[in-house]
Design a protein around this ligand. Structure first.
Ligand code: ADP
Ligand code: MG
Length: 698
């Protein structure tokens, strides 16, 4: 027997139960069972006397004897009632199911330990379907102070695999293996982190000897779990750097220096400078850059992208910048083209709306190298698009592009381009570390100076008139206003009706010729969308009624009010993104969240968070708390986040220490494997082996 032995060999399991455990809980081997940790624990240090029982107490444990059993006929079938006594009183035990089988198995006048919930009925206490065990067996079992409760499924319960049975299996496993698991961490790490040993932790997680030991067991196993995740990521990052050779951009030349000294429109913030430096170091190592650039809306990522492009240009390489939507790509194009206009650099835009003639020129110029920078949507990913020497790919908005597309980019050249992914949806640090831990991460954690914080208020729909009045005042001052409606796929028709109704009522409230209104939504042709957007950008219209198509990146500095209709239906990061559309000019800006009166607890929390803070990273933390990591990141990465015992939100501190430790171990062992880390690398090897088995299967 070893820990990879099939669970069907465990005494008391057998082939059919083994199959069931595999199917229901993914438990196939001894190791799987041992690593199936309880969800929670019930205090079983307390024993009650019958005299002290209270009505409706849960988790009651009593020692006593059965003095008699009778079966009572009822409308359908019968129920079984046993008289149960201790030295202070008597009560009843009751069964409604499995009556016959239980009646045969009960022993009279032998001490039992019973456990369950107590009811009061017809003047007497009773316990329905108690968990019970002979006192003599109870004394033979492993002593515990808290009873573990394991996750189960309906199928398992109906097939008799109760919590008690699960506990017995664990006990059997620990008896057969003598609880010898083999240490997975190094002595030094255990000492430095103040952890208990693997064996002690495994024993106490299943059979807690005290509250204190249970806490220590949980600490140890959480650390171990997070540590090995981080170690995989850190090692992957290091091997990528060794394996994925990249272009060497060792020149900082006329493009970069010329722009920096003559055309940089503002002084960079400290955070921007730091990030530019990080990128510059990456580009010079001979390895491919794989960097994630995080920064809140308005933190100034565009200029960082531009400076990086100039580094590529100085080394005679082309750059592609890819944005998730046509509007955003167009806007990037306009901004970057304008910034670089005095520099004699050729920039072009490629989207789904580019004409055949335009494409022909672009394809040709990209292939002969006369086009330096291509900005576009995923049209740039098409096979027909070939480069003379693509050296850098910048991807805006991580969330919208799959890894598959990223990999496709790699194939465009013998060497992969350097990759910079920019995301405007801040991800909490611990989550970024756990999901993108194999990438390098840069954070712009400082906004450009002089920004006024956006005032955010929440109003119920019934206050709409005062909101309209406020809009009139702002428009009177020459400002522009967004009014945004939700558009959620499943209810598209309904959403369009809301949008159109809203548009009509706003048109009535804000009539021509004093007011002009733009409308943009997903069902419009992109040329029409662009036309309407441009009217708003140029200030020809004062109000923009839109669905969330304007969510990302649109930049109209004169817009100072963002009204969000049915704001309770938006997610937090979306609300924050939308709010980021205003506050881009010198004026005080406002975000007005309209909602119905009836709000779920979570919707309330979302709106309240928006009112309280403008900080995208804080908002991301709340979002993570509300939605959990799986939901936040999508299914794509949920594998990494399928944690057994640790919790990225609650154990964020452990994530940091685990990562630090992993970096230390990975670096010190690179090249020569330090014998002090023998356990760690053995465990790591096991994990990688199992991972590749799974990768081959799926
Ligand atoms: P985002 O990170 O959301 O893409 P942008 O790059 O669009 O932000 O920058 C937002 C605005 O801030 C732009 O108008 C830009 O010109 C301005 N900006 C960026 N960096 C600075 C800076 N260091 N000082 C002043 N203004 C800046
Ligand atoms: Mg941007």
């Amino acid at each position: 027997m070893n820990f990879q032995t099939s669970i069907s060999y465990l005494k008391g399991v057998g082939p059919s139960r083994a199959k069931l455990l595999g199917k229901e809980l993914g438990i196939f081997t001894y190791a799987d069972l041992a690593n199936f940790f309880p969800n929670r624990y019930i205090d079983r240090t307390q024993f009650y006397k019958i005299r002290d029982l209270q009505i409706n107490s849960a988790d009651v444990q009593i020692v006593g004897k059965i003095t008699g059993v009778k079966s009572v006929k009822q409308k359908r079938g019968s129920r079984l009632v046993a008289q149960f006594v201790d030295d202070t009183g008597h009560m009843e035990l009751v069964w409604f199911r499995g009556v016959k089988w239980i009646q045969d198995s009960l022993k009279i006048n032998v001490p039992y330990v019973i456990f369950g919930k107590v009811n009061f009925f017809n003047g007497a206490f009773n316990m329905p379907h108690p968990e019970m065990e002979l006192l003599s067996d109870y004394k033979k079992g492993f002593k515990i102070s808290m009873q573990p409760v394991y996750r189960s499924t309906e199928v398992l319960s109906s097939r008799g695999v109760s919590n008690r049975v699960m506990q017995k299996m664990q006990q059997q496993l620990f008896t057969e293996t003598q609880g010898k698991f083999g240490e997975t961490l190094s002595e030094k790490l255990i000492r430095d982190q103040g952890l208990i040993s693997k064996n002690e932790a495994m024993f106490n997680i299943h059979f807690p000897q005290s509250q204190e030991l249970l806490t220590k067991a949980r600490q140890r196993l959480k650390f171990e779990e997070l540590f090995f995740i981080q170690l995989q990521l850190v090692v992957k990052n290091l091997t990528n750097k060794r394996k994925n050779k990249g272009f060497v951009f060792d020149k900082i030349g006329d493009y970069f220096n010329g722009f920096y000294s003559a055309y940089l429109p503002f002084e960079l913030t400290g955070a921007q400078k730091k990030v530019v430096k990080e990128i510059r170091m990456d580009l010079n190592t001979g390895a491919q850059m794989n960097r994630l650039l995080q920064g809140d809306v308005g933190s100034g990522k565009t200029i960082v992208a531009v400076l990086t492009m100039l580094m590529a240009l100085d080394n005679a390489y082309q750059t592609a910048l890819i944005a998730p939507t046509e509007i955003l790509a167009t806007q990037h194009f306009n901004a970057i083209d304008e910034l670089l206009a005095p520099m004699n650099i050729k920039v072009r835009l490629l989207t789904g709306s580019s004409t055949v003639a335009q494409r022909r020129v672009i394809h040709e110029e990209l292939e002969n190298g006369s086009l330096h920078i291509i900005i576009g949507t995923h049209a740039v990913f098409e096979d027909k698009v070939l480069f003379k020497n693509l050296g850098l790919a910048i991807i805006d908005e991580q969330h919208r592009f799959g890894v598959a597309q990223r990999a496709k980019m790699w194939m465009k050249n013998d060497l992969p381009p350097h990759i910079l992914v920019m995301t405007a949806t801040p991800i909490p640090r611990t989550l970024a570390m756990s999901v993108y831990g194999d990438l390098d991460i840069s954070v712009i954690d400082e906004l450009p100076p002089g920004r006024k914080t956006i005032k955010t208020i929440h109003r119920f729909d019934s206050n709409r008139l005062s909101v309209f009045k406020f809009i009139k005042d702002e428009v009177g001052k020459g400002r522009q206003v967004y009014v945004v409606y939700p558009l959620i796929k499943e209810s598209e028709q309904l959403d369009y009706k809301d949008l159109m109704d809203g548009y009509e009522s706003i048109s009535r409230e804000f009539p021509l010729p004093d007011y002009r209104i733009s409308i943009v939504h997903g069902k419009m042709k992109s040329a029409d969308k662009e036309y309407e957007m441009q009217r708003f950008v140029k200030g020809e219209t004062q109000i923009m009624v839109a669905t969330t198509v304007i969510e990302v990146g649109v930049n109209v500095p004169n817009a100072s009010v963002m009204v969000i209709e049915s704001s309770e239906r938006f997610g937090l990061s979306q609300l924050h993104q939308l709010r980021g559309r205003v506050g881009r000019g010198a004026d005080q800006s406002y975000c007005i969240l309209l909602s119905g009166v009836k709000l779920t607890k979570e919707a309330k929390k979302r709106l309240q968070t928006m009112v309280e803070t403008n900080d995208g990273f804080k908002i991301a933390e709340v979002d993570l708390e509300l939605r959990g990591p799986g939901d936040l990141m999508g299914t794509q990465q949920s594998g990494v986040l399928n944690l057994k015992i640790a919790d990225i939100v609650q154990d964020s501190q452990v994530v940091y220490t685990a990562r630090k430790a992993a970096i230390q171990v990975a670096h010190s062992a690179l090249g020569h494997k330090d014998p002090a880390y023998k356990n760690i690398w053995a465990t790591f090897g096991e994990i990688m082996k199992n991972r590749s088995i799974w990768a081959n299967i799926s």
